[in-house]
Design a protein around this ligand. Structure first.
Ligand SMILES: *Cc1c(COP(=O)(O)O)cnc(C)c1O
Length: 374
């Protein structure tokens, strides 16, 4: 069996261990400490805008806290991009609220601003104004930020920016992770940088960050005994994990350029094969190309290629199955235009790690060429 080629695997810089050793030497083996503060500062500096960062246990916990900070509760409605990973939508249910799914547009594969407005109007007509909008920059491609923000502003609904897949991406020269009223990042094992597991919440004010940290550390009131006037969570990032993050921040930009060069490689080498479609960057959109994705002519062709890659011990994956197609969300209201269903049928993510070497890329390429007799 040839060695496995992963879709996206952790890629260490070599600078992580000194931070972890420091944590051991100073005995900061806790969900607070110098690495947590340092990692937050590294992220804040990287994002450039005037933002505040709370390092958390996961991207999912950051999404959950976002909803809590926006006052989402039992019986509320929250709009969510249908084409995404389930972690974007699950926290809505944690809060006892109802997800309202909105379809994608073709240019970025993310939330369609037209469908978004249709959904908002209809929910209001039915008697409930949505409490928040969760928009996602899938696979690193920024959503149509101006258009989505304009709809949010028009109806005065806050936006939660799910930037889990798009650290390092930009829209009109501004970093993703700074566009939402609240934004979230993920450092899970397969993301653009990883802390093994982890996430962050990005806020526009210091007081919102402080409130998030308060909730994430069991909501202890200021008293010598344990006093609680809020329900708390154990969502803070550990100081050991944050040490990995500090090391990873030193090579984030090179990870982005490696991922972009994977995409270039696939694009240039497959462009002569008929009917393989790549997602282009619209004007003003800069994608970290977290995953390189292609569209095939049909689901049959896509599955055939996936299985052939699998036989060669190469991992590939269909695009996210839309949330409105998931059994768990079959009752949820949805506003559809057919785009995300079609993308799911035709789309495949190819190996995209920043640590992919030339031999591995050539193995992927020759398997695809064999499949198409090219
Ligand atoms: C990975 C991911 C999340 C969840 O982040 P975790 O850190 O794994 O909890 C949320 N949304 C999207 C789009 C993701 O890809």
């Amino acid at each position: 069996m040839k060695p496995k080629i992963w879709l996206s695997s952790p890629h260490m810089s070599g600078k992580e261990l000194p931070y972890i050793n420091q944590a051991f030497e100073s005995n900061w083996v806790a969900p607070l400490g110098p690495n947590v503060n340092g990692f937050e500062l590294d992220l804040k500096t990287y994002l450039e805008e005037d933002r505040h960062v709370a390092a958390l246990a996961s991207g999912t916990s950051a999404l959950h806290l976002s909803l809590i900070l926006l006052g989402v509760g039992y019986g509320d409605e929250v709009i969510c991009q249908s084409k995404t990973f389930s972690a974007s939508a699950n926290p809505i249910v944690y809060q006892g609220a109802t997800p309202i799914f909105v379809d994608s547009e073709r240019e970025t594969w993310n939330m369609c601003p037209i469908q978004l407005e249709t959904a908002i109007k209809d929910r209001i007509a039915r008697g409930k104004k949505p409490k928040a909008i969760i928009a996602v920059h899938l696979y690193g491609m920024p959503y149509k930020v101006d258009e989505i923000n304009n709809v949010g502003l028009k109806y005065d609904i806050p936006i939660i920016e799910d930037s889990a897949e798009s650290l390092g991406s930009e829209y009109k020269g501004q970093k993703c992770g700074t566009f939402g009223d609240l934004s979230i990042l993920s450092f899970n094992g397969n993301k653009i940088i990883t802390t093994s597991g982890g996430g962050a919440l990005v806020t526009k004010t210091k007081s919102l960050k402080e409130k998030a940290v308060f909730l994430a550390t069991q909501a202890r009131d200021d008293a010598p005994h344990y006093l609680h006037s809020h329900i708390g969570y154990n969502y803070r990032m550990s100081n050991i994990i944050a040490g990995i993050g500090r090391g990873q921040m030193t090579i984030l930009d090179s990870h982005v350029s490696n991922r972009r060069s994977n995409h270039e490689f696939y694009l240039n080498s497959l462009k002569d094969i008929n009917n393989i479609v790549f997602l282009q960057e619209p004007n003003g959109h800069f994608s970290n190309r977290w995953l390189s994705c292609i569209l095939l002519e049909s689901m049959t062709i896509r599955e055939g290629l996936r299985l052939m890659l699998e036989k060669e011990n190469i991992e590939s994956r269909p695009l996210w199955k839309p949330m409105h197609q998931q059994p768990i969300f079959k009752e949820a209201p949805r506003y559809l235009n057919g785009v995300s269903d079609e993308l799911f049928e035709r789309g495949l993510c190819l190996p995209s790690g920043s640590n992919l070497n030339d031999d591995e890329r050539d193995r992927v390429l020759s398997t695809i060429k064999t499949y198409f007799n090219a």
